[in-house]
Design a protein around this ligand. Structure first.
Ligand code: ATP
Length: 363
C-alpha cells in the first residue's frame, strides 16, 4: 500500500519553524497537491517525504512502515524538481532507458517501457535527439519521463512546471494527470499555482506559514474555505470579503456593511449560526457568483476599473476595505465611474468571524 501518513510532522531550522505539527493522510493512488505561497513550507514537507531532510519531530509512514532513518534511495519514490536533472550528453532514449538499465532490466523490456513512456509524453519523434539540443520545455518532459519509467509507487513533483512556458504548462497539466491515471501512483505535487492544483489534484492541502490550513477536493476548498486565508488564496481573483455586523431586518438576518449598506438576507441555515456571532463578521462572496441586480436589491458600488480578458470581464468596484471584484462571462457594458448594483448569489455567500478569520458553518 502506497499510502503516506504525516503525523505531527515538524521541521525547524534554528529557531525558525518551517513546518508546524502537520497531519495529513494521502491515500493509495491519490493525487495530492501541496499548495501555498512562497515560503509556506511545501518543499520542506516534500523533502522530508523524499528522505532528503530529517523531521525535527513527528513521523512519516508509507503504508504501515515508519520512514525514520530510511534513506532516499530506499524509499521507492520518484522525484522531479523544478530544474530538470538529465544527462545532456545522452539522447532522449538513453536518458529514459538509464534507470531501468541500471536496475538490470532486459533490453526488450527497456525498449517496451521507453516506447510506452515516450508515447505518453509525446517524445517518440525526439527519441534519438541529443538532450543538449532540446528546449527547456522538452527537457522537463524528459526528466518527468525518466522518473516515471521507474514506475515508483510514490511520485513526488516539486514545482515541475514553473520553468516551462505557459502554453506548454497547459499541455503538461493534462499529460501529468494522464500519467498518474495510467500508473496509479500516489502523487504528491508541490505548487504555488492554484490552477495546477485545481486542475490536476484529487485533493489539495493548502498551507500558509508552515501551517496546514485545509485539505479538500478542489471544489471543497473553492466552495467552502475554512478561513479567510483559503478564501483569498483560492480563486482568481480570490473571494471578496466585506466587514460588517449581523443585523435583524424584516426580511431576515442581514449584514450591515456600514457605508455600503445592508446585504441581502442570509440563507436560514447560515443565518442561524451568524445570529449568535459577537462582534464583526466578514461577508464573503466569489467574484464569479454575483449578478447585476436589475431590481436595485444588492450593493450599489462605483466601478473603478474594467479588465476585459478575452471572454471574461473583471469589474473592480468600490474603494479600500470596501473594494470587491465581479467576474462576468461577457462584456456587461460597464465603464469606470458608473454605479452598478451587485447581488451576490445568496447560496454562495460565506461568512467569517472577523476577529479569528474562521468560517462560520451553516447549521
Ligand atoms: P518556495 O515555493 O519559495 O520554495 P516553499 O513553500 O516550498 O516555498 P520552503 O522551501 O519549504 O517553502 O521553505 C519554508 C521556509 O523555511 C522558508 O522561509 C525558508 O526560507 C525556510 N528554509 C527552508 N530550508 C531552510 C534551511 N535549510 N535553512 C533555513 N531555513 C530554511
Amino acid at each position: 500500500m502506497s499510502t503516506i501518513q504525516l503525523r505531527n510532522l515538524t521541521k525547524t531550522f534554528g529557531d525558525f519553524t518551517a513546518l508546524k505539527t502537520m497531519d495529513l493522510d494521502i491515500a493509495d493512488g491519490e493525487f495530492m497537491a501541496l499548495l501555498g505561497p512562497s515560503g509556506c513550507g511545501k518543499s520542506t514537507t516534500m523533502n522530508m517525504i523524499a528522505g532528503m531532510e530529517e523531521p525535527t519531530s513527528g513521523k512519516i509512514l508509507f503504508g504501515e512502515r515508519d520512514m525514520a532513518g530510511v534513506p532516499m534511495g530506499r524509499r521507492g519514490v520518484g522525484f522531479v524538481f523544478q530544474n530538470y536533472a538529465i544527462f545532456t550528453h545522452m539522447t532522449v532514449r538513453q536518458n529514459l532507458a538509464y534507470g531501468p538499465k541500471m536496475r538490470g532490466a532486459a533490453k526488450a523490456e527497456i525498449d517496451r517501457r521507453v516506447g510506452a513512456i515516450a508515447e505518453l509524453l509525446q517524445l517518440t519523434p525526439l527519441l534519438d535527439r541529443k538532450a543538449d539540443r532540446l528546449s527547456v520545455n522538452i527537457l522537463q518532459r524528459v526528466a518527468i519521463g525518466r522518473s516515471a519509467i521507474m514506475e515508483p509507487a510514490i511520485f513526488l513533483l516539486d514545482e515541475p512546471l514553473s520553468n516551462v512556458d505557459a502554453a506548454f504548462r497547459a499541455v503538461m497539466r493534462t499529460e501529468l494527470k494522464q500519467l498518474q491515471r495510467q500508473f496509479k501512483q500516489t502523487m504528491v505535487y508541490v505548487t504555488h499555482d492554484q490552477l495546477e492544483a485545481m486542475t490536476m489534484a484529487d485533493r489539495i492541502a493548502v498551507m500558509d506559514h508552515g501551517v496546514l490550513q485545509q485539505v479538500g477536493t478542489p471544489l471543497e476548498v473553492y466552495n467552502n474555505p475554512v478561513n479567510v486565508f483559503v478564501a483569498r488564496f483560492i480563486g482568481a481573483p480570490g473571494m471578496n470579503l466585506l466587514k460588517g455586523r449581523p443585523a435583524e431586518s424584516d426580511r431576515g438576518l442581514v449584514v450591515d456593511l456600514g457605508p455600503l449598506g445592508i446585504t441581502p438576507p442570509l440563507p436560514d441555515d447560515l443565518a442561524a449560526t451568524v445570529r449568535g456571532a459577537r462582534g464583526e463578521v466578514l461577508y464573503g462572496f466569489r467574484p464569479e457568483q454575483v449578478a447585476l441586480a436589475q431590481d436595485g436589491r444588492g450593493l450599489a458600488m462605483s466601478v473603478t476599473f474594467v479588465e476585459r480578458i478575452g471572454a471574461r470581464t473583471i469589474v473592480h468596484l468600490g474603494q479600500g476595505e470596501g473594494a470587491v471584484k465581479a467576474v462576468f462571462d461577457n462584456d456587461v457594458g460597464l465603464s469606470i465611474g458608473q454605479t452598478a448594483v451587485v447581488a451576490p448569489d445568496a447560496l454562495s455567500v460565506r461568512v467569517f468571524d472577523a476577529a479569528t478569520g474562521v468560517a462560520m458553518k451553516a447549521s
